[in-house]
Design a protein around this ligand. Structure first.
Ligand code: TA6
Length: 302
């Protein structure tokens, strides 16, 4: 992988894209255009921050996040692939391995509408095949504008079919987790990961007064994270995802994670654009699938 300086020379764009580094060998793409600011680490192709002009930050990022190879960044939008959650073989990392590895930056482009488009990719190698024996390529296209869009294209490059689960595991920033509603999942079935994966049906908005960890399926509708103190709605439009995971660790679980800043659970909600539990993605040789998410902010429409 190139150094931040080499990447800057190749991909930097005046008044739009610069390449910095969290530490030597840990490059970060900083986008600052007329619509918004954002930052993306090449490690995990991890969107860390997104802030449209005139808005408070949209993504939550832990002050205690760890920036080193092999450790997923706490916050932002981790890419969970090719499996979601714990692997039966506990030797293998939770939420797959692509969030723990450096991706390649393929291109940076300033668009006529003032948005900035970045493409990052990763493929299989000996190390990945030692954990998961398939041949694949992932390509993430990120467009930073007033809306942030992510399009994760996953392709089977091998001669055997494979199935995956995965998610865009988005951490959203909220003023107070006890004063938000998650809308769009009303009447959807969910499994409660805290109650032995028992199945329930959602009635009304999702609200938080303690640890919550649920997989909603089938969940095809767009969702809204309504933040009453900030008087704003975070709109989530998704494609290629049939399940949605909603999570807040609350105090005890958050405190058990060294990279979760003290009290940070009060200012974050995960609404994750997923394919997991009842819905896996099966790719035949040569086939691909697109998992997409568009994040935008509007004044609260209540
Ligand atoms: O998305 C919810 C979840 O699966 C939780 O159970 C919790 O494990 C969370 O993901 C974070 O996982 P991580 O491996 O990033 O600490």
């Amino acid at each position: 992988m190139n150094s931040a300086l080499q990447l800057q020379r190749k991909f930097g764009i005046n008044n739009s894209v610069s390449i910095t580094q969290k530490s030597p060998g840990y490059p970060v793409i900083e986008v600052d255009n007329e619509h918004a600011r954002a930052s993306i680490a090449l490690h995990g192709a991890h969107v860390m921050t997104f802030q449209p002009r005139g808005q408070a930050p949209v993504l939550w990022l832990s002050r205690d996040a760890v920036y080193c190879k092999g450790k997923a960044i706490r916050g932002g939008i981790p890419i969970c692939w090719p499996w979601f959650g714990e692997h039966p073989d506990r030797e293998k990392p939770a939420h797959g391995f692509v969030r723990n590895r450096f991706w390649q930056l393929e291109s940076s482009e300033q668009l006529d509408n003032g948005c900035t488009r970045l493409i990052l990719s990763i493929g299989d190698d000996e190390q990945s095949r030692s954990m998961w024996s398939y041949y694949f390529r992932l390509r993430l296209t990120v467009v930073v504008g007033n809306e942030l869009t992510l399009a994760l294209e996953m392709e089977n490059l091998g001669s055997s079919p494979f199935t995956i689960t995965g998610a865009l595991h988005s951490y959203f920033s909220v003023a107070d987790v006890s004063k938000v509603d998650v809308l769009g999942l009303e009447d959807v079935q969910y499994i409660d990961q805290l109650l032995g994966n028992k199945q329930f049906t959602q009635t009304g908005p999702i609200r938080f007064d303690g640890e919550l960890d649920r997989v909603y399926y089938p969940a095809l509708a767009n969702e809204i994270l309504r933040d009453y103190p900030l008087n704003r709605d975070i709109l989530l439009k998704k494609t290629g995802s049939c399940s949605t995971v909603v999570w807040n660790p609350w105090l005890t679980k958050a405190d058990s994670m060294d990279d979760f800043e003290q009290g940070g659970y009060r200012n974050m909600v995960c609404v994750e654009t997923a394919n997991t539990a009842g819905n896996v993605v099966r790719l035949a040789p040569g086939e691909s699938h697109l998992l997409g998410l568009a994040i935008s902010v509007e004044a609260n429409r209540v």
